[in-house]
Design a binder for this molecule. Sequence first.
Ligand code: CP
Ligand code: NVA
Length: 299
Amino acid sequence: MKHLLSLESMTREAMEAVLKASAGFKQHRDAPDRKPLAGQTWALIFSKSSTRTRVSFEVGIHELGGRPLFLNANDIQLGRGEPIKDTARVLGRMLHGAVIRTFAQRDVEEFAQFSGIPTINALTDDEHPCQVLTDIHTFQERRGSIQGKIVTFVGDGACNMPISWIFAAAKLGFELRIAAPKAFQPSEEILRRAGGNIQVTDDLQAAAKGSDLLYTDVWVSMGKEAESADRIRQLQGYQVNAALLQRAKPDALVMHCLPAYRGKEIDDATFEANADTIFEQAENRLHVQKAIMNWLVQS
Ligand code: CP
Ligand code: NVA
């Protein structure tokens, strides 16, 4: 039984297989012979808000021949305290796959363990693997292999997005720089587990120098709303803008997983100047996730 629970647990071979297949799913979006989920029902069980992830999975499951079933975690008994392992054992008898967005990474892992059906992490506090696989695909569409390139993540360097980037970097052989204030840097433990060429610094200007990709994400992730004011104060200045882009390579890409907060992690002019790349990332969620689901159901 295959799952996509994190990039930490995904092998390099699996990442490469998914990335390779993604282009085909994009090019032949409506191929009538590509229905690996025919006759299947896959649930989306979400405890956090979503635009891109929800819609791309619902459309993607449908396009692969399956039926998506959206379940707001608060509308099912899970929201009233039914244990995950019981929910998983019930749903595993009725469904063929599950896409889960929640807080704790261990909850997705427990669901996978007890449900016995392919399970996808659609964002936890620890990782956002579908987004980072999509971002790498988008980079490679525009610039060729990411191996040997320099990716600089700017902002909250301890949230799910940079953590998934960290595990991808070690496996796919690119340099990752994380520019964040000390309180928002990834833990030593994660860096040790990942290995690879990861530089962590609070020197934003140095980190951007010579980069092939400047990447940013919100300063206030879902679940951190109570810390908003403090985060905005501490992360002030860790912004992708024209001055920072000047330090990167002349053909550097700017990416954002969205949603974006202009004037915080990115300024409006830089966002709009790079909107074509940023919205291509959003569209590519559909194609890459179809490749992920196809990979999960192949034996
Ligand atoms: N980037 C991303 O996962 O967007 P949503 O939160 O809208 O799904
Ligand atoms: N770090 C963000 C990613 C949103 C796609 C969050 O967790 O809210």
